[in-house]
Design a protein around this ligand. Structure first.
Ligand code: SF4
Length: 390
């Protein structure tokens, strides 16, 4: 690997391994009175946090790099792993750099976690963020405006200063540029997936969970320039796969590597929705909050966390398969993840209707053995290559 790419990847790897949020602490220490606000998956209005002069930090659990000592005591055995490691991170002081936490309404586990946070950390700013599930501007839009305005007032109180319209405009523009870079990376990987190894792309994207938006934009853009320059990244004959179900609890890096080694190229996924939503351009309106509200309501991207009343569940997945010229879908969901697993039969029906091959397995963020997954994914990839179906 050429030295500049190696340096970039090493920096991303350091941020990935940084469970103590040292990068966030450094950012805060660089200027007096800086604050950082954490948020859980899948999405939070990071623009508002940044407009208030605070760093939005996407908290994604401890993965396979954290021993759970106290976190297990807070949850039954039939709950996913992500909240255990998140509690463990907090109780071990690793999240102390965060001055507040937002808990978006994605599932009951996260709702309950917000209550736990209020009890465990009574002096911390904690807010349960009810995302709209009605996308009519007059109904869901009014509700969402009320939520965002209340959040803005809270953030202003915490920051000790008002959020001006110019602050918000600049912040919206910074995150729009970041999303643009992230989308370009997804498109580039879809075109030539052999140039962007899954584990490398993952850590480059994940750096955006702790970096200021402009720094992450620069990192992604540089990666887009450097990665194609590696001579050993040659075109290979593998099956093009969309992976669905990983929007909250993160897969271990080894799992992504295993899929590649089993003969798959991941050409789309539902990781890091916090960095990718809203998928449409946020217009800089007057006042700027209007543009943010409308973009969230009109955005094309969907996941299990978004209500769809029209019976078209799964259309987004079929659309992703077509857009990315994928040959199959792997449902790769965390064990005990209700949103992902309850949605799966509807997604399977949509794929069957369009004759898209699919397979499925479950993981936990601390899964350490990948032999069975490699066998299953390898058989799936081979059968697609040999017969065009699984
Ligand atoms: S992994 Fe699934 S069940 Fe667990 S907190 Fe996330 S969305 Fe909820």
């Amino acid at each position: 690997m050429k030295p500049e790419l190696e340096k970039l990847v090493t920096r991303a790897r350091t941020l990935f391994d940084d469970l103590d949020l040292e990068a966030v602490r450094s950012w805060k220490n660089a200027m007096p009175d800086r604050k950082a606000i954490g948020h859980l998956p899948v999405w939070a209005p990071r623009e508002l946090i940044w407009a208030a002069g605070m760093l939005p930090v996407s908290v994604l659990g401890g993965g396979d790099r954290l021993e759970i000592i106290r976190g297990d005591a807070y949850f039954q055995s039939y709950i996913c792993h992500f909240p255990r490691s998140t509690v463990e991170l907090a109780l071990s002081g690793r999240l102390d750099a965060l001055d507040g936490m937002l808990f978006p309404s994605i599932c009951d586990v996260i709702r309950n976690l917000s209550g736990m946070w209020q009890m465990l950390f009574p002096d911390l700013y904690v807010r349960y963020l009810d995302l709209p599930q009605n996308f009519d501007l007059e109904v869901g839009g009014r509700f969402w405006r009320h939520e965002l305005e209340a959040l803005m007032r809270d953030l202003e109180a915490l920051a000790g200063r008002p959020i001006s319209e110019d602050d918000l405009r600049l912040s919206i523009a910074a995150f729009a540029a970041n999303r643009h870079a992230v989308h370009r990376l997804y498109q580039a990987r879809s075109r030539e997936p052999w140039l962007f190894p899954a584990d490398e792309m993952y850590i480059v994207l994940r750096a955006g969970c702790v970096l200021p938006p402009d720094e992450h934009t620069e990192l992604v853009e540089r990666y887009l320039e450097l990665a194609p320059g590696e001579a050993e990244r040659q075109r290979q004959d593998r099956s093009r796969i969309v992976v669905a179900g990983m929007f909250c609890e993160q897969p271990p890096l080894g799992l992504l590597l295993t899929l590649e080694r089993a003969g798959c190229f991941i050409v789309d996924d539902d990781l890091f929705l916090a960095l990718r939503w809203p998928e449409i351009e946020v217009e800089i309106t007057d006042p700027p909050l209007d543009g943010l509200i409308e973009a969230f309501l009109r955005q094309g991207a969907l996941s299990a966390s978004v209500y769809q009343p029209d019976g078209k569940r799964g259309a987004w997945l079929v659309e992703s398969v077509e857009r990315n010229h994928a040959e199959g879908v792997i449902f790769c969901a965390p064990s005990f993840c209700d949103p992902a697993l309850l949605e799966q039969p509807m997604l399977v029906a949509a794929l069957d209707e369009s004759s898209v091959p699919h397979t499925q397995f479950k993981y936990s963020e601390d899964t350490g053995q990948f032999a069975a997954i490699r066998e299953q994914a390898g058989t799936f990839a081979d059968s697609i290559r040999l017969w065009g179906e699984a």
